[in-house]
Design a protein around this ligand. Structure first.
Ligand code: PGA
Length: 252
C-alpha cells in the first residue's frame, strides 16, 4: 500500500559533469516501471540541469531546502514556486544539518513545510534526535516536538502529500546506522502519533529511514514494517551503491 521511496540527498557535492555521469549511470540501470520511487536532490544551482537529465527517466527531482516565504526581499533564498518552476516535485525540509548548523527552529521548519505544501511540492520532513537525547532517554520527546510543530501549523491532512524521514543525528555520515529495531521503534512511534490525529493518513504516510544507509544494510532496514524506504546521503553519490539500495527497497 505504501510504495517505497529511495531519495538521494547529494548535499553540497558534485559538479555539472559529475552529476551528468552519475545520472547517466543510475538512469541506464533503473527500470522504467520501478517498484520503488527514486528521487535525487542536488544542490540548488544544479536543479535545472539535472531536471533536463532526468527527462525520459522515471527518476524524480527534489531540492534540499526551501524558503518559508513566498517571494520578496530575502537575499540568497529560493522559493517553493522557483523549485516548481525548474522541475522539482519534492523538497527536503528540516534536515538536521539545517537545524543544527543554521539554527533552524521547529517553527521555521514547519513554515517551510507549509510553503512547500502550498505550491504542491511534496515536503520530505526530517526529524531525528541527537546522541545526547538518545542517551538521556529523550528520543521520543524530541521527535514528538519536531513532528507536532508541523501538525499544529499545517494539520494532519497535509501529511497525505508529504513524506517523513527519521534520521537520528548520530547516524548521519558516521557509518553507524540505527539498528533495524531502533529504526522500527521510532517509525512506529511517529505513525502512532499521526494516527492519534488521523488514522487513515497515518496508514498511508511514508516514513523513510536515513543515516548511514548503504547497500550492505538497506535490506534489513527496509524489511521493518514501518520503514518505507530511505533518505540516503553519502551512498547516493555512488551509482552502484544507490542502485543496490533502490533494488533493496523495490523487493521489500
Ligand atoms: P548519510 O546521510 O547517508 O551520509 O548518513 C543521510 C542524510 O543526511 O540524509
Amino acid at each position: 500500500m505504501r510504495r517505497p521511496i529511495v531519495a538521494g540527498n547529494w548535499k553540497m557535492h558534485g559538479t555539472r559533469s559529475e552529476n551528468a555521469r552519475l545520472i547517466e549511470e543510475i538512469a541506464s540501470r533503473y527500470p522504467a516501471d520501478p517498484a520503488a520511487e527514486c528521487i535525487v536532490c542536488p544542490p540548488f544551482v544544479y536543479l535545472h540541469d539535472v531536471s533536463r537529465l532526468l527527462r525520459d527517466t522515471a527518476i524524480l527531482l527534489g531540492a534540499q531546502d526551501v524558503c518559508a516565504d513566498t517571494q520578496g526581499a530575502f537575499t540568497g533564498e529560493i522559493s517553493a514556486a522557483m523549485l516548481k518552476d525548474v522541475g522539482c516535485q519534492y523538497v527536503i525540509v528540516g534536515h538536521s544539518e539545517r537545524r543544527l548548523l543554521y539554527r533552524e527552529s521547529d517553527q521555521l521548519v514547519a513554515r517551510k513545510f507549509a510553503a512547500a505544501h502550498a505550491k504542491a511540492l511534496v515536503p520530505i520532513l526530517c526529524v531525528g534526535e541527537q546522541l545526547a537525547d538518545r542517551e538521556t532517554g529523550r528520543t521520543r520527546e524530541v521527535i514528538a516536538r519536531q513532528l507536532d510543530a508541523v501538525l499544529e501549523l499545517c494539520g494532519p491532512q497535509t501529511l497525505a502529500s508529504a513524506v517523513i524521514a527519521y534520521e537520528p543525528v548520530w547516524a548521519i555520515g558516521t557509518g553507524r546506522n540505527a539498528t533495524p529495531d531502533q529504526a522500527q521503534e521510532v517509525h512506529a512511534f511517529i505513525r502512532t502519533r499521526i494516527a492519534a490525529q488521523d488514522a487513515t493518513i497515518a496508514a498511508v504516510t511514508r516514513i523513510l529511514y536515513g543515516g548511514s544507509v548503504k547497500a550492505g544494510n538497506a535490506a534489513e532496514l527496509f524489511a521493518m514494517p514501518d520503514v518505507d524506504g530511505g533518505l540516503i546521503g553519502g551512498a547516493s553519490l555512488k551509482a552502484d551503491e544507490f542502485l543496490a539500495i533502490l533494488a533493496a527497497a523495490g523487493s521489500r
